[in-house]
Structure formats: structure tokens, C-alpha cells
Design a protein around this ligand. Structure first.
Ligand SMILES: NC(=O)c1ccc[n+]([C@@H]2O[C@H](COP(=O)([O-])OP(=O)(O)OC[C@H]3O[C@@H](n4cnc5c(N)ncnc54)[C@H](O)[C@@H]3O)[C@@H](O)[C@H]2O)c1
Length: 349
């Protein structure tokens, strides 16, 4: 297997929490040769901390100086995903990009166009698809134990957890909890269902209390604080998606709500149902008795696992578990939530 070279762009929280530590543990298969950040001090500090040989103040500078890089790892805020990913694709580099795909559907479609035109691999780093429970779920589903999955419910609900910095600024984040945490719940549940074709969505969003609980109970240490007063996104949302074949999914998400924390997916099939977090199967046994069975799954570091998977795809030519077409479909679903909420009506996806 070829040892790949990677350039990481966006030296903030998720890079420090997940990507840099993962690369430190994968030195046998990948060399982190350069980092970039529009705040040069952050790029320099990351390079010094993690022993990365070169640092730059833009993806363009990195690409110009490091023509041997095989892929770019995009860890910037959402509004920068498109410019950075497109620059990388145009330079012939493969791309792994943090969720959400982009701040807007238009930006997501522009990434898709650039990736397809360049013929490079693209993977969306939706880490919950890469959890041990998720992969076990797919294994059980593909054995046919759930039958035809026709309905699902999911939530990623924080009762108190408004992030600070750019997360509440629509121009940078693209949206609130829908694009931040709802994307995980909706993406993985749709993936568990077998990626049925979305037809329409009816949704509402709310921004009634987030602003007033705006002092974050979460601290994102590297997040920029200077735009903290901007809060022009939703603080919660609910949606009903219709899929081809009369299938459907109900989704909820929030950063702040006067209720309990939730992070689950429940899938209903014709033979069995299944909860995710923790993985539990609901079915009748051979005697017709209905009950539940918990499935033990060994935990994995989903961040490291997703990067390992991407490297494996680049080495083998395999398609990633979360490819560009899935990223675009999920972005269309998220965009549909905002359009439906604005129209207060069901909209086509
Ligand atoms: N998978 C997960 O569970 C998870 C968790 C947290 C964040 N994220 C995602 O990771 C991304 C980054 O979030 P974060 O919390 O690390 O934010 P952050 O603000 O801490 O870091 C983002 C960094 O990108 C830099 N940047 C912005 N535009 C740039 C550009 N054009 N070129 C180079 N650098 C640029 C900023 O200066 C900053 O240092 C977001 O898309 C977020 O949704 C994912």
C-alpha cells in the first residue's frame, strides 16, 4: 500500500480534537505534510504541536507549494468547505470534508461539479456512519433481518448546548442545529434505511429561545468569538420526510429546548425494528413472542475509522461509504427543511 500524503486545511476545534490525533496514530499509512489556516498563527501552532513540516495561510498556498499531496482534509467552517474543496479538486487532489457538505445547497452542488469534473474521490466525514454500532446495523440489515424498512424516527436534541462563535452566524454556518447536529441524525438514519429516494419534506424551524440562552453551555475552544453576538439561525427544527415507495422518516433537532437530551435513530422494518444508541432489536421469536434483544458492539474511534476508510478507498479505488452523491442528497434534504419552514408547507426535494 502506498503511503499517502495529506494536507489539512482549517486548524480549529475538530482538527485538534479528532483529525490531528488520528493522523498521529496513522503514521504508518499517511504523512501529514502540511497544514493551512486563514489565521496563520493557528496553522503555525498546529504545525509545531503535531510536528507537521510545513504550514500555510491558505489552501492555494498549500497546493502551490506541495504538489505531491494526495488529498486535502477540509476542517474549515461550512462556508469555506466549497472554496477549499473546489480548489483541491481543481488541483487534482482527493477530498475528505467535515460535515455538513456546505453552508448552502448551491455550494454543495458546486463541490459535486468540481469533484466529478476532476475525477477525484470525495468523502463526507459524517462520523456517526463510522461508529461500530452503525456498521453492525448495516451488517444486520444486509442479512435481511429487518425485512423492508419503511419508517424511521431520529433525533439529535440538545436541551442546552448552543455552540459559540460562528455556529450561530448563518453566513458562515449556513444554518443552526439542522446543519450542525441534525445532519448526523438525518444522514445516518437515511443511510440505515437503505438511502430511499427523497420525495418531499414538511418541516418547521424555531428560533425562540436559543438567543436568550446564547451563553454557550458548550465551549468550542478554537471557535472564533468575535461574531458571537450574531444569532440568525434556528435553535430547533422538526421534519417529516417522504421517500419513494411510501417510506417516511421523522426527525428532530435542537441546540436548546425545554426537554430531554436525545441522540437516537429507530428503524422499523417488516420483520424487525432496531434502535441505535444502544443497538437493540425488536422482533417476534420463533414462538411468536415479541421482545427486544440488545446487541453488544465494540466501540471504535469513529473519527479515526472514517479517515482510515478514506485512505483505504484511495489505495484500492473503492467508493467511500459516504460518497459525494449521498452528501448532496442529504444536503437537499436539509435545504428542504428550510424551504418548507419558510413556506409553512410541504415542499418537493
Ligand atoms: N464530525 C463532528 O462531530 C464535528 C464536530 C465539530 C465540528 N465539526 C465540523 O468541523 C468543521 C469545523 O468546525 P470547528 O468546530 O473545528 O470550527 P473552528 O472554528 O474551531 O475551526 C475552523 C477553522 O477553519 C479556519 N478557516 C476558515 N476558513 C478557512 C479557509 N478558507 N481556509 C483555511 N482555513 C479556514 C478557521 O480560521 C478556523 O481555525 C465544521 O464544518 C463543523 O461542522 C464536525
Amino acid at each position: 500500500m502506498k503511503k499517502l500524503k495529506v494536507g489539512l486545511v482549517g486548524c480549529g476545534s475538530i482538527a485538534g480534537y479528532a483529525h490531528f490525533p488520528s493522523y498521529e496514530r496513522m503514521k504508518d499509512i499517511v504523512d501529514l505534510v502540511a497544514v493551512a489556516d486563514i489565521v496563520p498563527e493557528k496553522a503555525k501552532a498546529a504545525a509545531e504541536k503535531y510536528g507537521v513540516p510545513h504550514w500555510y495561510d491558505s489552501v492555494e498556498a498549500l497546493l502551490a507549494a506541495e504538489p505531491d499531496v494526495d488529498y486535502i482534509d477540509v476542517c474549515t467552517w461550512p462556508a469555506a468547505h466549497a472554496p477549499v474543496a473546489i480548489a483541491a479538486a481543481k488541483a487534482g487532489k482527493h477530498v475528505i470534508c467535515e460535515k455538513p457538505l456546505a453552508a448552502t445547497l448551491e455550494q454543495g452542488l458546486a463541490i459535486e461539479k468540481a469533484v466529478r469534473e476532476a475525477g477525484v474521490q470525495f468523502m463526507l466525514a459524517v462520523c456517526t456512519r463510522y461508529e461500530g454500532q452503525s456498521q453492525k446495523f448495516i451488517e444486520l440489515r444486509d442479512q435481511g433481518i429487518f425485512g423492508d424498512i419503511y419508517f424511521a424516527k431520529t433525533a439529535y436534541v440538545r436541551s442546552r448546548g448552543v455552540p459559540g462563535g460562528w455556529f450561530t452566524n448563518k453566513a458562515i454556518a449556513g444554518g443552526g442545529p439542522v446543519l450542525d447536529v441534525g445532519v448526523h441524525a438525518i444522514d445516518r438514519t437515511w443511510y440505515f434505511m437503505g438511502r430511499p429516494k427523497p420525495i418531499s419534506v414538511t418541516a418547521e424551524i424555531s428560533s425562540r429561545i436559543g438567543k436568550y440562552n446564547g451563553e454557550s453551555t458548550f465551549t468550542w475552544d478554537a471557535a472564533e468569538k468575535n461574531d458571537k453576538e450574531i444569532f440568525d439561525v434556528e435553535d430547533s427544527a422538526c421534519a417529516l420526510f417522504r421517500f419513494e415507495g411510501g417510506k417516511s422518516m421523522i426527525a428532530e433537532t435542537s441546540w436548546t429546548i425545554n426537554g430531554r437530551d436525545e441522540n437516537y435513530s429507530t428503524i422499523y422494518g417488516t420483520k424487525a425494528g432496531c434502535d441505535f444508541h444502544p443497538l437493540t432489536i425488536y422482533a417476534q421469536d420463533e414462538n411468536g413472542k415479541f421482545g427486544k434483544t440488545a446487541i453488544e458492539v465494540e466501540g471504535v474511534d469513529s473519527y479515526e475509522w472514517e479517515i482510515r476508510h478514506f485512505i483505504d478507498c484511495l489505495n484500492t479505488g473503492k467508493k467511500p461509504i459516504s460518497p459525494i452523491e449521498d452528501a448532496v442528497t442529504v444536503q437537499r434534504m436539509l435545504d428542504g427543511i428550510y424551504r418548507s419552514a419558510e413556506a409553512h408547507a410541504e415542499v418537493k426535494i
